[in-house]
Design a protein around this ligand. Structure first.
Ligand code: FAD
Length: 538
């Protein structure tokens, strides 16, 4: 067992020692919207380990075949993953978990897997929310390859502002190594605490400050992919017109073509200053018009995040600090920001003059749409808690509530329709079970062309595995259908995995799907790499 795994929750998010303190206001707020939750009975780790079936692998020096290691690598963080873990439905686990320490050992493992006709699932931080790590129903043995030991800084070139890391390095370690040398990658997905550089690249992830630093596509300059047919080395050029860009083949490959063992990324000197300010708008219409204008003004901001009225109410209810929030609400009420108000967080990073200029210009545009500047305190709090809020999901489960999210990106004219349709689709889906959904949305990443639309659903658990899975399937299916009907991509940042695979053809077309399938076959002729993800199982 790798030492990092010891303190990690086996059936939920994060570090065992960290809990999110739910206050009464939050619980009352949720109860009023979806009803009283009843905590389900969780399986214990010992019970779950006893359900793990016998492994089918002969002993191997890189492979740990203990039930606990296999269990801990069988799932990600999707709601179906949680249901399986919490209810102890853990029959589908890998036969062993390998912990290679170099590209050479990864190569050896791939050769070994090919010889014994095993399936291989690369494992980064295990934070997938769309079933990327699901162990397929197959007669073949399954080896999950944990890449956490490929985590060193291999090279840093200050002149070219490039850093090469082992691809299994997790967010905090990567940033700590860069910070010690005066740099940052600036890639901060909410899963930062555990997700890895390799995982970010192959799922095309997006960090919260992508407006300044770019998505991982802009940060990934080159790397090394060990594939069943050989090593694909991709040199890092500042730019190239030499035909098809091989990085694009690796980006979004979701472990289907090989294992990324090294990645070279574009780094930035640490910013001198960083600030996040809150602005409230009276209604969604004004708020959306304002953020579109700000995004299209192409100001040097690092983040724009706009919450709709229900998310704004939810955020304020969860903030605690009863008196302060009451005073803020009273002040906003006097400035026409009542029940329908929407909160924008605008961030900027860089030298002090750039930060001041970017925020000043953004606030000037916001004022044209009746935006009320609420200062830096809320933004500062958001920054402090941005990787802590995810622990709320554990706390809500213990009170009998499930939380899930869907996300997409769409052009500006379709943003409002998308938001309304996705929320309504989820409500309709659960009303068939006699249940209510507390659904709310924010725009998390802004572009001149459009925005990502990120919707959260909170609802009651039934307390029975089959019924909870049915509820989730109905809600997820309805939300995905609404995304397609409103012209959105099936994912802006979470990727495809198994959960989104049935919807991929709608945006790639038959010819496009054929091209992806042939690429996978080129690198992996026997189909041993992470089958069933990205492309529907054939
Ligand atoms: C609470 C929470 C918040 C999140 N917030 C965000 C967010 O803000 N932005 C965002 O984009 N995503 C977010 N995600 C989704 C998830 O964190 C990302 O998809 C992330 O990029 C996955 O990285 P990982 O290292 O955990 O990969 P894993 O979950 O371990 O694996 C994901 C896929 O990548 C493959 N893989 C992993 N490493 C390699 C490698 N080195 N070589 C080849 N294949 C590999 C796996 O086989 C699998 O198919 C969030 C998830 C959670 C649970």
């Amino acid at each position: 067992m790798h030492e990092d795994e010891q303190v990690r929750r086996w059936n939920g998010w994060g570090d065992e020692s960290i809990d999110f303190a739910l206050n009464d206001d939050m619980l009352d707020f949720l109860r009023a919207r979806v009803g009283d939750g009843k905590p389900p009975a969780d399986a214990t780790l010992a019970e779950a380990c006893r359900s793990v079936p016998p492994g089918r692998l002969a002993p191997h020096r890189y492979i740990d075949a203990t039930p606990e290691a296999r269990l801990r690598h069988a799932f990600g963080q999707s709601l179906p993953d949680w249901l399986r873990l919490r209810y102890g439905r853990v029959e589908s686990v890998p036969d062993g978990v390998a912990f290679p320490e170099s590209s050479g050992q990864v190569r050896e493992l791939l050769d070994h897997a090919r010889r014994i006709d095993a399936v291989v699932i690369p494992y980064g931080g295990g934070t997938s929310v769309v079933g990327h790590l699901t162990v397929p129903e197959t007669g073949k043995p399954v080896i999950t390859v944990n890449l956490s030991r490929l985590s060193t800084l291999i090279d840093l070139d200050p002149q070219a502002q490039l850093a090469t890391f082992g691809a299994g390095i997790a967010g905090p370690d990567l940033e700590a190594q860069l910070r010690a040398r005066g740099y940052t990658l600036g890639h901060f997905p909410q899963s930062f605490e555990y997700s890895t550089l390799g995982g970010w690249v192959v799922t095309r992830s997006s960090g919260q400050q992508s407006l300044r630093y770019g998505r991982i596509e802009q940060l990934f300059a080159g790397g090394r992919l060990e594939t069943p047919t050989g090593t694909l080395a991709i040199p890092a050029y500042p730019a190239s017109a030499a035909g098809t860009d091989l990085r694009e083949i690796v980006l979004g490959s979701e472990g289907r073509m090989g294992i990324l063992t090294e990645a070279t990324v574009r780094i930035t000197p640490l910013p001198q200053r960083e600030a996040f300010h809150a602005v409230f708008f009276p209604t969604w219409t004004e708020a959306e018009n304002a953020v579109r204008s700000i995004a299209q003004a192409k100001l040097p901001l690092s983040m724009l995040r706009l919450s709709n009225p229900v998310e704004t109410q939810t955020t304020l209810a969860m903030a605690g600090h009863h008196r302060m929030i009451g005073l803020l609400q009273a002040y906003l009420g006097m400035r026409a920001c009542g029940e329908q108000k929407c909160m924008l967080l605008a961030g900027a990073s860089g030298d002090a003059a750039t930060v001041a200029h970017a925020l000043k210009q953004a606030l000037r545009i916001a004022r044209r749409y009746r935006g009320v500047h609420a200062g830096a305190a809320i933004g500062e709090k958001w920054k402090q808690n941005r990787f802590r809020n995810v622990y709320l999901r554990n706390a809500l489960w213990q009170r009998g509530y499930a939380v899930d999210t869907v996300e997409t990106a769409v052009d500006w004219p379709r943003v409002r329709g998308m938001m309304q349709s996705v929320e309504q689709a989820a409500r309709n889906a659960l009303s068939a079970f006699g249940e209510r959904v507390h659904a709310y949305t924010h725009l998390s990443h802004m572009y001149a062309q459009g925005a990502s639309v990120y919707t959260t659903f909170a609802y009651r658990l039934a307390g029975r595995y089959e019924e909870d899975l049915e509820r989730w399937k109905a809600m997820k299916g309805a939300a995905c259908a609404a995304i397609l009907a409103n012209g959105g991509t099936i994912s802006h940042q979470h990727g495809v995995g198994v959960d989104h695979a049935p919807y991929l053809q709608a945006e790639k077309g038959a010819l496009g799907m054929g091209a992806i399938r042939e690429l996978c076959r080129h690198f992996d002729p026997t189909g041993m790499m992470n089958p069933g993800k990205l492309l529907p199982a054939s």
